[in-house]
Ligand binder design. Structure first.
Ligand code: ADP
Length: 455
């Protein structure tokens, strides 16, 4: 507002100056022309005296408000159209006359008390010599009035504009304050947990952008809050089942008179359920560790040795299930991922390939390059996944066949861990499955070329 105020003030001064300068230029031209005519007429005279000069400048002196004096080269007055002032024969040492006799054309003016006073002087040149000077003054109260009326109009306009600016600034800042208060109220509402709240704001300015960003943020908060709630309720549901089994088995042992054999069997079941709880809590911990990890947590990891480590670790399980594992790791590629994460991904997929395989089944693990990606395929000859389940298998706690998965110790968390890790490391996972003949998981990771000296 202060800037607008200053600009208007500057405009006011500038307009007043411009208006004066228009008058100045037109006045200067007219006065110099008249002076030039008078000097030319006088220069043509054969005899230079009061009467001859009066005749030659009669047209000019006929103009009201104009005073015209003609001097000789010594500043002595030959002619003055205002004879009442008695200058005739006197020496007039006005600075304008002195300068004009030195060969200069003089013009200046001033505006005072509503009257415009212009003054001009010019040498009379005859045969290349300065033989005298024409000196003219004019008092123009008409133009003076015009200038002062113009100036006062400009001043009034500026004043009105300045008042309008103040009013507008006041109203608009009031509006802004109201809208900022609205945003503050919304922030407090959301802080108190109402994520369904929406900030409605009219207009098309920065506050509007801010409010739509705010609404986006609340949407995200709501989504993550929903996810969190679903996760907590899913997790407690999953934990409830083994806990209920443990309680039931323990109660049965306490209340019934059982033979040692049955007690042993029940205690064994309690141990299995406890083991399942343990596995589940470990996977939950792994999930939250992945969520808490920074995107930048990564290292250069070679795929082939990690696959070999996983296969070695799971070979007893494969042996127990009579599954033959084939690996094709002729080429090796390095990718940007924590080795533990890659190990976790491969472990979960290979373990599933063994767990959900059929008796005497096979598991194929291959590593190849496709464009800029390292591609790992894990294919089993197991039971397969029904088509309608394929889009759900990466969800937390999802199991295709709950009863079977439970018998194999599944928690429904393995593939969601896989998906989370892959997403965080700019990879992709794809699954194809045919019921009865097997499932193939394909992983893509961008290859990270390692410089020779880094190897
Ligand atoms: P779980 O711990 O139950 O194995 P996962 O998240 O690893 O959980 O897998 C989710 C579900 O997807 C499993 O319960 C299983 O039904 C199905 N699944 C995963 N891998 C395979 C596979 N290779 N063959 C058949 N079904 C599979």
């Amino acid at each position: 507002m202060l800037i607008t105020f200053a600009v208007l003030l500057f405009l006011n001064i500038y307009c007043a100056q411009a208006c004066q300068s228009v008058f100045y230029n037109s006045k200067k031209t007219t006065m110099l022309e008249l002076c030039q005519i008078a000097a030319g007429n006088v220069a043509d005279l054969q005899v230079l005296n009061h009467d001859t000069v009066a005749d030659s400048v009669a047209d000019i002196t006929a103009l009201e408000q104009t005073r015209l004096i003609v001097t000789d080269q010594n500043t002595r007055v030959i002619y003055d159209n205002m004879e009442s002032t008695v200058t005739k024969g006197k020496y007039l040492l006005y600075p304008e006359i002195v300068k004009a006799l030195e060969g200069n054309k003089i013009f200046h003016w001033n505006y005072h008390d509503g009257t415009m006073r212009s003054c001009t002087a010019m040498p009379i040149v005859s045969h290349g010599a300065y033989i005298g000077c024409v000196y003219m003054t004019e008092y123009d109260s008409e133009q003076g009035r015009l200038i002062s009326s113009l100036q006062s109009t400009i001043f009034t306009i500026t004043l009105v504009l300045e008042i309008a600016v103040i009013l507008f600034s006041f109203l608009s800042s009031n509006g802004h304050i109201k809208r900022i208060k609205q945003i503050l109220t919304s922030i407090r509402t959301v802080r108190n947990g109402d994520y369904s709240h929406k900030l409605e704001m009219s207009g098309h300015d920065e506050l509007n952008i801010l409010s739509s960003e705010f609404n986006d943020l609340i949407d995200r908060l709501q989504t993550s809050e929903n996810k969190r709630n679903r996760f907590v309720s899913d997790a407690s549901h999953e934990l409830k089942t083994p806990l209920a089994s443990i309680k039931l088995l323990a109660d049965s042992i306490l209340q019934n008179d059982m033979d040692m054999e049955t007690v042993r069997e029940f205690v064994g079941d309690i141990g299995n359920e406890a083991e399942r709880l343990n596995r589940m809590s470990q996977k939950l911990l792994a999930l939250s560790r992945i969520d808490a990890r920074q995107e930048t947590d990564a290292e250069i990891t070679y795929i082939a040795p990690t696959v070999e480590r996983v296969v070695r670790m799971l070979s007893p399980t494969a042996k127990n299930n009579n599954i033959t594992v084939h690996t094709d790791l002729t080429e090796d590629y390095s990718v940007l991922i924590l080795e533990d994460d890659l190990y976790q991904v491969l472990f979960n997929l290979v373990e599933n390939g063994i767990k959900y395989n059929k008796k005497d089944g096979e598991l194929f693990i291959t590593l190849k390059k496709q464009e800029e990606d390292a591609v790992i395929e894990i294919r089993d000859t197991g039971m397969g996944i029904p088509e309608d389940a394929l889009e759900h298998i990466f969800e937390r706690f999802y199991r295709v066949d709950k009863a079977r998965s439970r018998s194999t110790g599944g928690s429904g968390l393995g593939l969601s861990i896989v998906r989370n890790i892959i997403r965080r490391n700019h990879g992709r996972i794809h699954v194809e499955s045919t019921m009865g003949s097997g499932t193939k998981f394909t992983l893509h990771f961008p290859i990270f070329e390692v410089e020779e000296e880094q190897k």
